[in-house]
Design a protein around this ligand. Structure first.
Ligand code: KG4
Ligand code: ZN
Length: 343
């Protein structure tokens, strides 16, 4: 089976072609980062309009790179949620329409299911069950994954996502958007341990996260210490986020008794986080899995892969263009039973 994947939930247009015999045949990505940089964050209407501009050329590019004719496609998978409604509708509309025109089925994919399954595109994919830590600009969650569509959300952020906290704190430091990688770079020049930030919600049981307090803590420290202390403050902030994520991962592994950890989402690019999780897994006698860096962030390949599993089990969407800005991950079911919210 061969599937075209379409991702447009936020500020990346991602298109890919995945074949379950040949693997990933091509992928194309356009990031809108520059478009939104002046505004310090994603502007939803600009995002939607840019997806409209980029989507069809990227589909052409992916077909050309794979060197295939659309008539060899067996289905289309598009991200139907969660995400920005306008952006989602661009992908849903294009995906559903192309599938109609080409006479093939279309399936709605949950964006976080895409992230969860992204490591399956690698040469040594994790076996089920595993714990997944999803850390992006929009989400921070720990999920127990027993199989495709079998997800138990163990904990998530009650306020800012980890990436969002990085971005907001970076903004306080005068860094450009998205500030996460820039803050990490600044932190590398900082002296560890000069400032001690709290590890939010680690002093009580549970797997929930809260990161908005760290941003306030950073604001107060910047006000008290001034510009010269920025690298040290960045280091203290990064250490607090990384420690908190690692502490909750350890708890999730202990509570579930599982030994495999999957980490995905933009923040998983963070070098300190990777080092700390490697150390944790060594102690636990387990293994950590990451998608390749380009598939840690939003992309079409993960959507094509996830959609193929569902199309193969006979799932498809009716002739309806719909997006689901909020769509709880644990309402999904195993492939073969339509998983969209109204089903
Ligand atoms: O998954 P992603 O590309 O987009 C979504 O939010 O869906 O994640 C982007 C987030 C941004 O908040 C960015 O600042 C953060 O990932 N990020 C990082 C690093 N690289 C990207 N945060 C900390 N350290 C990094 N090295
Ligand atoms: Zn994402």
């Amino acid at each position: 089976m061969r599937v075209l994947g379409i991702e447009t939930s936020c500020d990346e247009t991602g298109i890919a072609i995945y074949d379950d015999e040949q693997g990933l045949m091509s992928h194309a990505l356009y990031s809108q980062v520059k478009l939104h940089a002046d505004y310090g964050g994603v502007v939803p209407e600009l995002a939607s309009r840019d997806h409209v501009r980029k989507l069809v050329p990227l589909v052409r590019e992916a077909l050309a790179e794979a060197n295939i004719d659309p008539s060899t496609l067996d289905g289309i998978a598009y991200t139907a949620g969660p995400g920005l409604i306008g952006a989602l509708l661009v992908g849903a509309c294009a995906g559903r329409s192309l599938a109609y025109a080409w006479g093939i089925p279309a399936v709605a994919v949950h964006h976080m299911e895409g992230h969860l399954l992204a490591p399956m595109l690698e040469d040594t994919p994790p076996e089920f069950p595993f714990v997944a830590l999803l850390v992006s600009g929009g989400h921070t969650m720990l999920v127990r994954v027993d199989g495709i569509g079998q997800y138990q959300v163990l904990g998530e952020s009650i306020d800012d996502a980890a990436g969002e906290a990085f971005d907001k704190t970076a903004k306080l430091m005068g860094l450009d958007y998205p500030g996460g990688p820039l803050l990490a770079k600044l932190a590398a020049q900082g002296q560890p341990g000069r400032f001690k930030f709290p590890r939010p919600m680690c002093d009580r049981p549970g797997l929930e996260f809260s990161f908005s307090g760290l941003k306030t803590f950073a604001a107060n420290t910047i006000a008290a210490e001034g510009e010269a202390a920025l690298p040290d403050i960045a280091r203290a902030f990064e250490d607090a986020v990384v420690d908190t994520l690692a502490i909750k991962c350890r708890r999730a592994l202990e509570e579930t008794g599982l030994k495999r950890l999957v980490v995905a989402g933009g923040v998983s690019a963070n070098v300190h986080l990777r080092a700390q999780l490697a150390e944790l897994m060594k102690k636990q006698g387990g293994e950590v899995f990451y998608p390749r860096p380009e598939f840690c962030t939003d992309n079409g390949a993960m959507i094509a892969y996830a959609g193929l599993q569902r199309l193969k089990a006979g799932e498809s969407q009716p002739l309806l263009v719909k997006g689901y800005p909020r769509w709880p991950l644990d309402t999904l079911s195993a492939p073969g039973q339509a998983s969209t919210p109204e089903a």
